[in-house]
Design a protein around this ligand. Structure first.
Ligand SMILES: Cc1ncc(COP(=O)(O)O)c(C=O)c1O
Length: 383
């Protein structure tokens, strides 16, 4: 058993008005799915990222599910997404009855490889007589691209939007990890028709569990709110006009969210300091590499991740010393429910990223001396 003090990976920072606002909900009885904090939270997040609307949801997965549903993704359709992401991206597609088409990652910035995406669309798809993009082999419709801003980083959005426009594919952004990241000054989650954020426990702000749909489209916003609140048209008479979902974030969690939003700039600033510290202090150590960030991206440094062939050894030895580290996600095609999906790849960069990348402690509350401990232990282990 190690004497080293426990250093968590990425935990929520509850140091502002969270208690006060939650107490307000408890004192007034407004704890459930109606309440002023839900609206305030939606408005604050939307304003922060520059979207016209935010529609709060129970979690990021539900938010993605709703977006896909609202643009008409359904049984036997395809949605294009990166092969390396958290499983929720693929699950949300499956909930609609559609199947993912998986695209390999760029080896440097770990985002969806746009060259592969373009080649696939050019060679494997066609427009049918009614103007729908279909996969040539099985004639199933391709309905959308669901890019993920992997680790909060952003790829070449100009190029992605160009491809999407050329093939008439709507973009729904899985920006779950990218709150506060921008590309050419524009926030993640605001490039596509809709974007989704997650506020689960390890995200840059957390409501315990929660998510939000971002959009600037009036109709989609109204539809999103309707369908996430059981498609109710008249609550007195229990009238609902379609199969809705009980996906609304509750007021007591939104209250935490409002307090967390007050700390967001501070959290991002600290994440950036942590990222800069690791980049400086681990640079040149063994074969350690970092995720490549474009000069036109302002990166929120959400979950600091290094790449090294010593990944396995580092993970087991650091965890044994109470320094929590995690490997990168398993590529989707390695999971049983997605193993038969179309996977567009030349050399399976995702597998390499999975086997070499690992996240290291980067909570906004981490102390400078803990950052020193993490780096010195990493140096010792790989020396
Ligand atoms: C890339 C990505 N997509 C989707 C999600 C799902 O969000 P949630 O856990 O809030 O459902 C997460 C986070 O967990 C994520 O990291």
């Amino acid at each position: 058993m190690s004497n080293q003090k426990f250093i968590p990976l990425s935990v929520p920072n509850i140091s502002g008005n969270e208690w006060k606002y939650v107490k307000d909900c408890l004192d007034t009885g407004w704890i459930s799915s109606v309440g002023s904090y839900v609206t305030k939270f939606e408005e604050e997040v939307a304003k922060y990222v520059g979207a016209k609307y935010g529609i709060a949801a129970v979690n990021g997965t539900a938010a993605i599910h709703i977006c896909l549903k609202l643009i008409g993704v359904g049984l036997n359709d395809y949605v294009i997404m990166p092969n390396i992401t958290f499983v929720a991206t693929a699950n949300a597609i499956k909930y609609t009855g559609a199947d993912p088409i998986l695209i390999d990652a760029d080896p440097d910035d770990w985002q969806m490889d746009l060259e592969l995406l373009e080649n696939f669309l050019q060679n494997e798809t066609a427009f049918d007589g009614e103007g729908h993009l279909i996969h040539k082999k099985d004639r199933r419709k391709i309905k959308a691209i669901l890019p993920v801003h992997v680790q909060g980083n952003i790829g070449n959005m100009d190029h992605l939007m160009e491809i999407a426009n050329k093939y008439h594919l709507p973009i729904i952004e899985d920006s779950a990890e990218a709150l506060g990241s921008t590309y050419k000054g524009q926030h993640a989650g605001t490039f596509g028709l809709m974007g989704c954020l997650s506020f689960n426990g390890n995200k840059i702000i957390s409501t315990g569990g929660g998510g939000i749909i971002l959009t600037s489209d009036d109709k989609l916003a109204q539809r999103a709110k309707h369908i996430t609140t059981t498609a109710k048209t008249n609550s007195l008479e229990y009238h609902h006009d379609e199969v809705g979902f009980n996906y609304r974030l509750v007021n007591v969690l939104a209250a935490i969210g409002v307090a967390q939003m007050e700390g967001l700039d501070k959290f991002i600033a600290r994440k950036k300091e942590i990222g800069a510290f690791y980049r400086e202090n681990l640079n040149g150590v063994a074969d350690i590499r970092f995720q490549q960030i474009r000069p036109d991206v302002s990166f929120n440094n959400w979950l600091f991740t290094i790449q090294t062939k010593h990944q396995k050894k580092l993970i087991s030895e650091l965890n044994a010393q109470n320094i929590v580290c995690r490997p990168f996600w398993m590529p989707m095609y390695k999971l049983p429910m997605y193993s038969n999906c179309i996977y567009v790849s030349k050399q399976d960069n995702c597998d390499y990223i999975h086997k070499t990348c690992m996240a290291i402690p980067c909570s906004t509350s981490i102390l400078d001396e803990e950052l020193e401990i993490v780096t010195s232990q990493i140096k010792k282990i790989v020396a």
